[in-house]
Design a protein around this ligand. Structure first.
Ligand code: GAR
Length: 209
């Protein structure tokens, strides 16, 4: 049981690559900063994703559902079965670089989080950090949001903002945004796990008692 007597929220992590956001979440749980959640399963759609190897090394339950060459609906149905088998309550996309099927999204209404390396709605899609740098914005950052059927679009849970420095290039900016992502994701999961929130229109707000 977590502090409030509530059972930890069971997370299903989906990733495709490096997995640094997943590792930051795992570290927050291990170090007691995210007591309201536990990782039930880590799923990768890419066989050699370093994040999947890292999850195995940590002794976490892992699953591989290779997506390449597969029909999206069938692939996602297999992932859903694994998530259900492990009684996942909140799905966290941590560098999962494939669109989800509408059926998958409908199976977890307001229960899929994504992290994106820009201040949405600016710069959705790929290489958001470079997009922001090239545009010349003076502030950049990251967004944790619920996933809906549109790309990088759902209700925003939280954002973290950093200034763009004159000395930055696309890589240094991406590195500094990533450091913010690692703080933001665990914080957002903690907020969602608290249950003390509601969605008003497009706005995620803390519920007042
Ligand atoms: C992160 O920067 C994440 O925000 C981004 O992929 C990277 C994954 O890194 N996701 C997106 O761009 C989603 N639209 P990680 O594998 O080290 O967590």
């Amino acid at each position: 049981m977590s502090e409030g007597g509530r059972s930890p929220l069971r997370l299903g992590i989906l990733l495709s690559g490096r997995g640094s956001n997943f590792l930051a979440i795992a570290r927050s749980i291990r170090e007691g900063r995210l007591a309201g959640a536990e990782i039930a399963v880590v799923i990768s759609n890419v066989a050699d994703a370093p994040g999947l190897t890292a999850a195995g090394s940590l002794g976490l339950t892992t699953a591989l559902h290779v997506s390449k060459g597969r029909n999206r609906a069938e692939h996602d149905a297999d992932m859903l079965a694994t998530l259900c088998q492990h009684e996942v309550e909140l799905v966290c996309l941590a560098g999962y670089m494939r669109l989800l099927s509408p059926e998958f999204i409908a199976a977890f209404p307001d229960r899929i989080l994504n992290i994106h390396p820009s201040l949405l709605p600016a710069f959705p899609g790929l290489e958001a950090q470079q997009q922001a740098f090239d545009y010349g914005v003076k502030f950049a950052g990251c967004t944790v949001h619920f996933v809906d059927e549109h790309l990088d679009h759902g209700v925003i849970v939280l954002q973290r903002v950093i200034p763009v420095l004159d000395s930055d290039d696309g890589h240094t900016l991406a590195d500094r945004i990533l450091a913010e992502e690692h703080i933001a994701y665990a914080e957002a999961i903690g907020r969602v796990a608290s249950g003390e929130w509601e969605i008003q229109g497009r706005r995620y707000v803390r519920r007042l008692h």
